[in-house]
Design a protein around this ligand. Structure first.
Ligand code: ADP
Ligand code: MG
Length: 693
């Protein structure tokens, strides 16, 4: 198929709508989307019918409201278009009511106390700003998911609210510069890292199967030390996978753009072209699903876990984020005139202030059991939030703050609104790859999110904290007699109070941890350290003020994420116990038995058996240690179970269960290195990491 026919062929997009809808309906839909007005049922009926006609022409018989509960993955329930007629036949129908609203049972999704099982009703509501699409022969209608009293039960609703908040406050601030901006959009391009392994290897490892990551495994002789995988030639089987992935993504209107090998063996990266954050978020969810499906067709398994293998890099999801007006003006573009520059520096000041004040929220937004393995290890940003602006921009801001003249490369005196600032287009050699939140020329790249996480959460935080700063700045500047003096005063104050968040050095170094502590920056090392901060007084007030979360909604999230953490670690621990008792120990015992048998027969004929004996003795010791560690892990688990699934048990998982898992793993990995390969019950690291040829 040629590209123009392929791209968007499974999307009910603008072009299709223009073709299938009467002119006035199309105009009405556009008007309602642009101004967030509700659609009348009449208009919805016409749209629903057109959507159904389009889908039926493509052989579709079912539709679903496609939504994103707090699990972080998507949910769907399929209904057919079929409707009986009086004469005993059937017709295919989709009513406006069915398009706009659905009623899935809300009680079986995590809700953090927002719904109880006896009051299970929740509803899904069509989000017309994200296009409907066809997936596996089903018409998918993107929707928000709420309880009957309006509490958000999903990831989309708060994202839409946060977009509205930053739009409202941003437009207000831009008005002060005489701009006629009608709408401020958030644009995001997420870079997605993943591993591809052969499914045969995958199926033989219960840890990968149940948890998405390896819980055992001695280091293979070769890992990523030769640095030969990053941007290396892509293996033909992977090339075929990537080609089909591109095509499948293009069909559903996702602008798949970049693909390359990543640092670790079997690790790759995918990136689409950026788009409006709500759509980017929906599309990233869909991308993850399609990545897995296409992999299966090629006999491979796509691992999206943040840390599938110890000892090589884990996977992240860089959230490239910027703010763009309806006239296409990117607020993080320094611009060419002095006025543009003053605005740009003010917007930067807002980011600096927002990130410093709300380090906790950015950290919480990326907190998960999987991501705990990444943050703070020497491959990903640390758990400490800081931002990178580069020396030049930092110098300019600092000069304004100090009332000094800045001259380096630019040789310009910095006086706001008088001089044109130098262009900051940074080439990639300039970039600081270790920073969690880096300015990259015309956007910020937030590098802490984990590869498996929905990007909705981090963008809710980014949008909300920016809305807050914009509103504070606008409050102040609307009262100022002189705009430039007002801006200067704000920049000065921000640099003084929040300049500590800027760090252009190496974030992976030990010195930074000490320096950050001196600066008073937060270091929330694990998910369980981070989550309780979500409902602090500051955060409840912030989210309520910006209309993004009510206190109830925030509490429900804290509860759901804490529970998820406990449950995930519990599954990992149980899987370890299973694998140790049912696979590793029996294999080690069989090998020992074999060695003892050999030793005996050697001795019988007067042949030296010291090797067999020594290895058997070592195995016996390791087996005993493993058994002890199994029982320590069991007791830790019992203790955690006794504490329920709240914060207290979360702490027990973190402090007792995880360390016991680490100890058990050490012994089992030692066993792996001393048991003959033929006896080992599952593929080792080398087998899995190099399983795709
Ligand atoms: P890198 O060198 O980090 O890979 P790229 O320029 O390739 O940088 O961009 C990575 C991602 O950032 C892509 O998804 C791209 O579409 C996105 N991106 C580029 N500009 C913007 C922007 N203004 N807003 C949001 N995302 C952007
Ligand atoms: Mg990037």
């Amino acid at each position: 198929m040629i590209m123009s026919e392929l791209y968007g062929s499974m999307v009910f997009d603008d072009a299709v709508m223009a073709r299938y809808l009467p002119e006035e309906t199309y105009a009405e839909l556009k008007r309602c989307c642009a101004s967030d007005l509700p659609l009348s049922l009449d208009v919805a009926n016409v749209i629903a019918n057109a959507m159904k006609d389009w889908a039926v022409e493509k052989g579709v018989t079912h539709f679903t409201h496609w939504f994103q509960p707090m699990t972080g993955i998507t949910a769907e329930k399929h209904d057919s278009f079929i409707s009986p007629t009086a004469d005993g036949g059937v017709i295919m129908e989709l009513s406006g009511k069915e398009l706009i609203k659905g009623e899935p049972d809300a009680s079986s999704f995590p809700n953090g106390g927002l719904r109880s099982t006896f009051e299970a009703r929740g509803y899904t509501a069509w989000d017309p700003t994200s296009n409907a699409f066809i997936k596996d022969g089903i018409l998918c209608i993107p929707t928000a998911f709420c309880s009957y009293n309006g509490d958000a039960l999903d990831k989309k609703t708060p994202l839409l609210r946060s977009m509205e908040a930053v739009n409202k406050q941003g437009v207000r601030l831009l008005r002060l510069f005489g701009r006629k901006t009608e709408r401020l959009n958030v644009t995001v391009g997420p870079e997605q890292e993943y591993f591809l392994i052969d499914t045969e290897a995958f199926k033989k490892r219960k840890d990968l199967f149940y948890t998405g990551r390896t819980l055992f495994g001695a280091r293979p002789p070769k890992g990523q030390e030769l640095e030969d995988h990053y941007f290396g030639a892509i293996k033909p089987r992977v090339v075929r996978y990537m080609k089909e992935l591109d095509e499948e993504l293009w069909k559903v209107g996702i602008l798949a753009k970049t693909k390359h090998n990543e640092v670790a063996p079997a690790q790759h990266e995918f990136a689409p072209i950026f788009t409006t954050v709500n759509v980017a978020s929906d599309q990233n969810q869909l991308t993850m699903e399609i990545m897995k499906k296409v992999a299966a067709k090629h006999g491979m398994t796509c691992l999206l876990h943040e840390k599938p293998f110890d000892g090589v890099n884990g996977s992240g999801k860089h959230n490239n984020w910027s703010l763009c007006t309806n006239f296409g003006h990117n607020l993080f573009d320094p611009g060419k005139s002095p006025e543009d520059n003053a605005q740009f520096l003010l917007i930067l000041a807002a980011v600096i202030s927002a990130v410093d004040k709300h380090q906790d929220l950015l950290r919480i937004a990326v907190a998960s059991a999987g991501n705990d393995h990444r943050l703070g290890a020497n491959e990903a940003p640390p758990a400490i939030v800081s931002m990178y602006l580069g020396d030049e921009l930092t110098g300019i801001l600092q000069a304004i703050a100090d009332g000094r003249t800045f001259s380096r490369r630019a040789k310009c005196e910095v006086k706001l609104g008088v001089h044109v600032l130098p262009q900051f287009a940074m080439d990639s050699s300039d970039r600081n790859r270790t920073s969690p939140f880096a300015f990259t020329g015309n956007k910020f790249e937030f590098r802490m999110p984990g590869s498996a996480q929905s990007i909705a959460g981090v963008n809710v935080v980014l949008n909300t904290i920016m809305a807050e700063e914009f509103s504070l700045f606008a409050d102040e500047l609307e009262k100022a007699d002189d705009l430039k003096a007002g801006i200067s005063a704000i920049i000065k104050r921000v640099m003084k109070e929040h300049g500590r968040i800027i760090f252009n050095g190496n974030n992976y170094s030990e010195e930074w941890v000490a320096e950050a502590q001196k600066r008073g920056l937060l270091n929330l090392a694990s998910t369980i350290d981070a989550l309780p901060c979500l409902t602090s007084q500051k955060n409840v007030a912030l989210f309520e003020r910006q209309g993004v979360f009510s206190e109830r909604e925030l509490r429900s999230r804290e509860e759901v994420y804490t529970e998820t953490y406990c449950r995930l670690i519990n599954i990992e621990a149980m899987t370890m116990l299973d694998m140790t008792n049912m696979e590793i120990l029996p294999s080690a015992l069989s090998y020992k038995k074999e060695l003892v048998k050999t030793a005996k027969s050697s001795i019988a004929v007067n042949v030296d058996a010291s090797a067999e004996i020594e290895i058997s003795v070592l195995l016996a010791e390791l087996i005993n240690t493993a058994r002890k560690r199994v029982s320590t892990l069991k007791s830790a688990l019992d203790e955690a179970h006794g504490l329920g699934v709240g914060l207290e048990s979360g702490r027990c998982y973190r402090d007792k269960v995880i360390p016991s898992m680490t100890e058990l793993r050490k012994t089992c990995d030692e066993l792996e290195l001393n048991v003959a390969k033929d006896f080992w019950p599952f593929p080792n690291y080398g087998d899995v990491l190099f399983s795709v040829h």
